[in-house]
Design a protein around this ligand. Structure first.
Ligand SMILES: [Fe+2]
Length: 546
């Protein structure tokens, strides 16, 4: 072969590579991908926004609304508008505001100058109380939740919220778009998926980046503000247990961080519906062992509408997708006796009922979300929620849940189709997203720390429901977890921060893309078509179709 022919051949090979690289994204139809680990890149600047940042400071006076947010109802016909009025208080003695002092009203309509509909709602305050000398207590501003009903699907609504009977107590006019009609051929353009947001400079990068991708809906998979990395005097740390763990009588929080977060996020949350599920940083213990006060009070959930009656787990429909949000930190066991404790199995029973109601001819896609991943090969939080997986995986598998989204690990990982640690052509695709919302252990406990993961957890965590780590010394999971031996179910992992975008194209195809903070806005870190194969995999749905 002459040198000219050799060059031509080389050029052709290079061109083929370029085409392959620039071609269609990979697809789950090709079967399990070989595990890929991407080397640790620049993960940005995980330092909290200070209270002096204008984006977190109170910008309203009197009873004017702030921290305005929109959440979805169980279907496109309803939505929640939430906001805060009045000033929160911190101190040894705090006096809760009277929620009745200001009304909860939303005026809305199809044009900014035609807010012809009106809905009223409810208001509440919550307190975070620490009965220990020297600690500061907190009581919130008045938090309002108003449910709008009878909305048209796929329609832009303009709204103002507040109290129209008090001067200067109505918000400016905001607008949001309702989700498309429920049905197998109707889908939103882009669903953004984020977790572990917090309020750091990384958060601002993630949120700005996400907004440029124009999502129609945001899923926030827990760990919202990291207010529990602060003492009640406002002193923060990278790692609470390292810095304060032995010197404080209770795990403190600094609740004004919630208000800072609500203010920073308002431009997004007032115009793009956001659905939140709780993470471990929302537990926030206080007086009388009360937990989750800020989370439960500040967000609205379609809990009643979806029959759960709990802020911790609920479901909703968006076009041809049925979303189920589950709780990693409340009882997820089947009812009965577990570890000598009588458990109600309330969440599990609700999940059974909810799954049984899903009509796949109407909502072909079934997508679940919760905070702590079942399938994570990172060392941080490794195996934490094994008990939840043991209880619930078979049920989700039997109803052919398509995708699971989680957060918690501050790193990105996507699984091949997996069930019970085994590659399975009808298994679930688990995707864990991460962000730099807190600084805790970031430099030492994630992908950048090689080595063997321990075989047993030393202490069971009561919030995780007990001790199920024996599953890792015998049975299907044994020896199949570790950073230095990427298991076959782990398709792609990279300890980057960012956001994901899910674009469901039709009844069978959805494009998932991972957008890393360090990349240019139009580039993608990981991308795959997730393809449903209902002929092969719909095993239990009571109303099968497709
Ligand atoms: Fe977490």
């Amino acid at each position: 072969m002459c040198w000219r022919s050799a060059l031509l051949l080389l050029a052709a090979a290079a061109a083929a590579l370029v085409v392959a690289a620039a071609g269609e994204p990979a697809s789950t139809l090709s079967g399990p991908a070989r595990p890929v680990t991407v080397a640790l890149g620049n993960r940005g600047h995980a330092v909290d926004l200070p209270d002096t940042d204008p984006r977190v400071q109170r910008r309203v006076t009197g009873w004017a609304p702030e921290q305005v947010a929109v959440a979805l109802g169980a279907g496109p016909g309803s939505a929640w508008v939430s906001w805060v009025t009045g000033e929160a208080q911190m101190g040894a003695a705090v006096e809760p505001l009277d929620p009745a002092a200001v009304r909860s009203v939303v005026r809305y309509g199809l044009a900014a100058d035609s807010l012809v509909h009106e809905a009223a709602g409810e208001s509440l305050v919550y307190s975070q109380l620490y009965p220990f000398d020297g600690l500061h207590n907190y009581t919130s501003g008045i938090i309002h939740h108003v449910r709008l009903q009878g909305l048209r699907p796929g329609t832009k609504y303009y709204y103002q919220c507040g109290d129209p009977t008090i001067p200067y107590a109505m918000s400016e006019v905001h607008a949001f778009r309702t989700m498309p009609a429920v049905g197998p051929t109707s889908y939103p353009g882009r669903i953004a998926v984020v977790g572990d947001l917090g309020l750091t400079y990384n958060t601002t990068t993630t949120v700005e980046h996400m907004v440029r991708n124009h999502p129609d809906l945001v899923l926030l998979l827990g760990d919202v503000t990291y207010a529990n990395l602060y003492l009640t005097n406002g002193t923060g740390t990278d790692c609470y247990s390292c810095t304060f763990g032995h010197s404080t009588p209770i795990h403190e929080t600094y609740q004004p961080r919630w208000d800072y977060w609500g203010r920073y996020m308002e431009p997004v949350t007032s115009s793009i519906p956001m659905m939140v599920v709780e993470g471990n940083h929302e537990i926030e213990e206080q007086i009388h062992n009360k937990t989750f006060a800020a989370y439960s009070s500040r967000f609205a959930f379609p809990s009643e509408e979806s029959g759960s009656l709990s802020p911790f787990y609920y479901s909703f429909d968006v076009g041809g997708i049925h979303f189920i949000m589950l709780a990693s930190y409340v009882d997820y066991k089947r009812s009965g006796i577990h570890l000598h404790i009588d458990v109600s199995g309330e969440q599990y029973r609700w999940l059974e009922r909810d799954l049984a109601k899903v009509d796949r001819s109407v909502t072909p896609w079934l997508i679940a979300g919760w905070h702590a991943p079942w399938y994570s090969t990172y060392k941080a939080h490794y195996r934490e929620v094994e008990c939840m997986r043991v209880e619930m995986e078979e049920l989700l598998y039997s109803y052919s849940v398509d995708i699971v989204f989680t957060g918690h690990v501050h790193a990105y990982e996507r699984s091949n189709r997996v069930f019970n640690y085994t590659l399975d052509p009808c298994g679930l695709v688990h995707i864990s997203v991460g962000d730099g919302g807190n600084r805790e252990k970031m430099a030492t406990s994630h992908a950048d720390e090689p080595g063997h993961c321990p075989d047993l957890l030393s202490t069971p965590d009561p919030f995780m429901g007990g001790f199920c780590a024996f599953n890792f010394t015998s049975g299907p999971a044994a020896g199949r977890f570790c950073w230095d031996r990427q298991p076959e179910y782990s398709a792609y992992r990279e300890s980057s921060f960012g956001h994901g975008i899910l674009e469901v194209k039709n009844e069978t195809h959805a494009l998932w893309s991972w957008h890393r903070n360090q990349d240019l806005y139009d580039s993608v870190g990981d991308e795959i078509y997730i393809v449903r194969e209902p002929d092969k995999c719909l095993t239990k749905s009571s109303r099968m179709a497709y």
